[in-house]
Design a protein around this ligand. Structure first.
Ligand code: SME
Length: 165
């Protein structure tokens, strides 16, 4: 399979996420393995969104978050629920936008280049599966449009994969 990463022609952020949503559907179509889909998911987001230095998953295993497929530098492997931005998003089951990670109490620094971050929980029905985390070297890189767009993308992943819905 060859997947051509389309050149982004979007003129606005909602437009960019609309294009990305359609690319993501095509990329995940025909495969239902969660890890394979999560790996391609993180690659597409990493390459399609500007100013991103890390994009990847932590999955809930035996009560803690464990590193899954990602793009970027090697990262912390295990994060307790309630710890860091990822553990807090998992505990609250809510998307968390952090404009400046250095101001977030308990932020876990995996890559010193990261200055802002967004974490989206993965929820299938009532079940918390893990989180999707995106980091940027820019301060205030992510806003509500990113949160909405990433939530839509995560929903595509959950619906496209086995063992999670
Ligand atoms: N910064 C995250 C840890 C994961 S890395 O950014 C890849 C946190 O505070 O939970």
């Amino acid at each position: 399979m060859t997947f051509q990463l389309s050149e982004q022609t979007a003129t606005s952020k909602p437009d960019l996420y609309a294009q990305l949503t359609s690319q993501m559907r095509s990329l995940l179509a025909g495969e239902r393995d969660l890890i394979a889909n999560a790996a391609n998911f993180s690659s597409l987001v990493f390459h399609a969104l500007p100013d991103v230095n890390w994009a990847g998953f932590y999955f809930l295993k035996d009560g803690e978050l464990v590193l899954g497929p990602f793009q970027g530098k090697p990262a912390c492997i295990r994060i307790a629920i309630g710890k860091g931005v990822c553990g807090t998003a998992a505990e609250q089951r809510q998307t968390i936008l952090v404009a400046n990670v250095h101001d977030f109490p308990g932020h876990i620094a995996c890559d010193n280049d990261s200055n802002s971050e967004v974490v989206v929980p993965l929820i299938a029905g009532e079940r918390l599966l893990g989180v999707f985390d995106v980091d940027s070297p820019l301060l205030g890189r992510f806003d509500d449009e990113d949160a909405d767009g990433l939530n839509r993308l995560v929903e595509i992943l959950i619906n496209a994969s086995n063992g999670v819905s």
